[in-house]
Design a protein around this ligand. Structure first.
Ligand SMILES: [Zn+2]
Length: 67
């Protein structure tokens, strides 16, 4: 079995040894792991003040033609 497989940190691109000595793999450090986790938890996937789609009509605003 080959020991010492090298991967790249997804956050900063540093080389990381894929092994017990790298508890934060595939990240190089806890810092990079938290940056990556925080990215989608904080801002990346949040759109503050985004307007709902126009086709999402609410019952109050539906304009149903009547005869
Ligand atoms: Zn890193």
């Amino acid at each position: 079995m080959t020991a010492g497989r090298i991967v790249n940190c997804p956050q900063c691109g540093a080389t990381v040894v894929w092994g017990p000595q790298s508890p934060f793999r595939p990240f190089c450090s806890e810092r990079c792991r938290k940056i990556d986790l925080g990215a989608w938890a904080n801002d990346e996937y949040r759109v503050p003040g985004a307007a709902p789609p126009d086709d999402f009509a609410t019952p109050e605003t539906t304009t149903t033609p009547r005869e």
